[in-house]
Design a protein around this ligand. Structure first.
Ligand code: NAD
Length: 357
């Protein structure tokens, strides 16, 4: 097993270091190789996704990714900005299926801005299509070259499109995931207004015919945004396009209290995956040793389960995370009165210690 470690920028380095310590404590045999990505790679090699980093990512069984980006790169032309590294990895590796579980740990019920009864026991899975939709539409190249503007023109536009194979494959992923859970899929679209999403709805319905044991319903995205805060536990697996998924998965993340708790997996057809926390590089707290490493540690657990066939080891990590929360340990983002405030390193070490129990 070979794992590419790409810590990236900001808190990326701090949180990935803790996840690597946790992986090392598991007594599994795997090889790791670390490379620069994002702003760190731009500084060293003049590009956010250097050829060597891409080659390492392609050759690995799985990638553990921290986060990229810093406001200081906002004036760079778009293809050189750190965020292009993650888009490039998704594109080059064909990572079309993004899994974002939103789980509310019972110990953190009070950290959510919603009433405890609405989110206690919450366990939903948002599956976002990651390589199509408006983010990969036609004018992308032209717009990129001139930094968001068409000089001398009075308008800008982006093209929303999906092809049948793109919708079919993400629908299959969702139905198969639902089979391992409570056998319900909600497909989120905007078919009342957009042709692209009428097509999406038709294709998802067709694919659903192959999964008679899974219940499928459809919901417009505006209603889904509302229902996620009104009655989130009514959802189980949610499947949606790239842009709607981007927005809804961040909304779902906050239901659980902190984005610092939420892992994600992005998979390709071969099961190779990139695993990263749902949050960004948090430049506001970088270097202070206070970032929550649990989303990254839980991403490492997803990596063991989805790409490395080590489900038991993944269970052990998840149990260890529950254990440290039960001990009352909290980083600043999830801290509340009566709990013990710890930093990034102490939280990582506590998870390692809990693994041994
Ligand atoms: P962010 O997710 O980095 O931070 C949002 C807020 O959440 C901040 O207040 C931050 O301190 C807090 N936060 C995030 N992760 C945390 C953690 N583990 N522990 C405690 N608090 C945490 O989003 P942003 O501020 O909008 O973006 C910062 C940079 O990250 C930008 O350059 C953006 O483009 C980039 N970004 C990268 C990715 C990625 O690498 N996949 C994703 C999103 C944003």
């Amino acid at each position: 097993m070979k794992i590419a470690i790409l810590p990236g920028d900001g808190i990326g380095k701090e949180i990935v270091a803790e996840a690597v310590l946790v992986l090392s404590a598991l007594d599994l045999s795997f090889e790791t190789e670390t490379a620069l990505v994002g702003g760190a790679a731009f500084e060293a090699h003049g590009h956010p996704l250097p050829e060597t980093t891409l080659a390492l990512a392609k050759s690995a069984d799985a990638i553990l990714f921290g986060a990229v980006g810093d406001w200081k790169y906002d004036t760079l032309e778009r293809p050189l900005r750190p965020e292009q590294a993650i888009l490039g990895l998704r594109k080059h590796l064909g990572l079309f299926a993004n899994f974002r579980p939103a789980i509310c740990y019972e110990q953190l019920v009070d950290a959510s801005s919603l009433k405890p009864e609405l989110i206690a026991g919450l366990d939903i899975l948002i599956i976002r299509e990651l390589t199509g939709d408006i983010y990969f539409g036609q004018p992308r190249g032209r717009r990129t070259a001139v930094d968001g503007h068409f000089p001398g023109s009075e308008e800008a536009f982006d093209t929303m499109r999906y092809s049948r194979p793109e919708v079919e494959r993400i629908a299959h992923v969702a139905f198969q995931a639902a089979r391992k859970r409570s056998k319900r899929v909600t497909s989120v679209d905007k078919s009342n207004v957009l042709e692209t999403f009428q097509f999406w709805r038709d294709v998802v319905t067709e694919v659903g015919g192959q999964y008679p044991d899974v219940a499928l319903d459809h919901m417009y995205v505006d209603n889904a945004a509302m229902q996620l805060v009104r009655a989130p536990k009514k959802f189980d697996v949610v499947v949606t396009g790239n842009m709607f998924g981007d927005i809804l998965s961040d909304e779902a993340a906050m239901l659980t209290g902190s984005i610092g708790m939420l892992p994600s997996a992005s998979l390709n057809a071969a099961g190779q995956g990139l695993y990263e926390p749902s949050h960004g590089s948090a430049p506001d707290i970088a270097g202070k040793g206070i970032a929550n490493p649990l989303a990254t540690i839980l991403s490492a657990a997803m990596m063991l389960r989805f790409s490395l066939n080590q489900a038991q080891a993944a269970d052990r990590i998840e149990a260890a995370v529950r254990s440290v929360l039960s001990q009352g340990l909290r980083t600043a983002d999830i801290h509340s009165p009566g709990t013990t405030l710890v930093g990034t390193r102490a939280m990582g070490q506590a998870v390692v210690k809990a693994l041994g129990k």
